[in-house]
Design a protein around this ligand. Structure first.
Ligand code: PRP
Length: 212
């Protein structure tokens, strides 16, 4: 049995069409069900639904053979047992620095002022500001980062921006782009060796399903 780990978060609406394009159809609608394991039209392929940030863990430790995870999640994951053969071109957004409209970000950066940064992406934030030579206090949050500058918890946030509506609704502006984000297919390295005859054609199907 081949197990594919998916999450119901941000990228889910684009994940199912991608699976369908690769010829995999879920037997139920995961959005309408509390089940965590789902059969598919392929009798040797099942889907499991896990938290977005747990997808790499399931794949690295063999709870799943394949997974679909955002680059944002993968950049925060410290494991080494993952093979990332494909950028699926779905779940596209940007990792950005954002602040209140009246926060003079450029001036603070040019003066190398110490910044308080709230984020759920500590690796991305440390790497980005480290490269710029800016010292930061990192405040780890698990969601609703936009609140942090509003209530004075931080100077800036590091967060995903897609439509920009969440920033706008909270009177924040993006001040600098950190990186492009999209979803990746990830594969358990040992499983790829053991199940090569099944996984290689499946990876090829995903590759063919990518809309260029
Ligand atoms: C992400 C991100 C922003 C929002 C940006 O949150 O953290 O809050 O989407 O999208 P927008 O630019 O289209 O408004 P998500 O919905 O993934 O939930 P989260 O708060 O759990 O990260």
């Amino acid at each position: 049995m081949i197990t594919i780990a998916l999450s119901k978060g941000r990228i889910f609406t684009e994940t199912m069409p991608m699976l369908n394009a690769a010829g995999i159809f879920c037997n139920d609608d995961p959005d309408e069900s509390r089940k965590l394991v789902f059969g598919t039209n392929e009798k040797n392929i099942q889907l499991i639904i896990v938290r977005a940030s747990d997808v790499p863990t399931y794949v690295e430790w063999g709870g799943a053979d394949l997974g679909i995870a955002g680059k944002d999640v993968l950049d925060e994951y410290d494991g080494t047992g993952l093979y990332q053969p494909l950028d699926l071109g779905i779940g596209i957004c940007k990792m950005m620095v954002a602040a209140k409209k009246d926060f003079n970000y450029q001036e603070k950066i040019s003066k190398r002022v110490h910044l308080r940064v709230a984020t759920k992406y500590p690796n991305a934030a440390k790497e980005f500001f480290g490269r710029k030579g800016i010292h930061i206090d990192l405040i780890k949050l698990y969601g609703s980062m936009e609140l942090a500058p509003i209530v004075g918890l931080s100077d800036v946030i590091v967060d995903l921006v897609s439509s920009g509506k969440t920033l706008e609704a909270n009177n924040l502006v993006a001040t600098e782009e950190i990186s492009d984000i999209s979803s990746r297919l990830i594969v358990n390295k040992a499983s790829l060796k053991i199940n090569r005859e099944i996984l290689q054609p499946l990876i090829k199907k995903f590759s063919n399903a990518i809309t260029k």
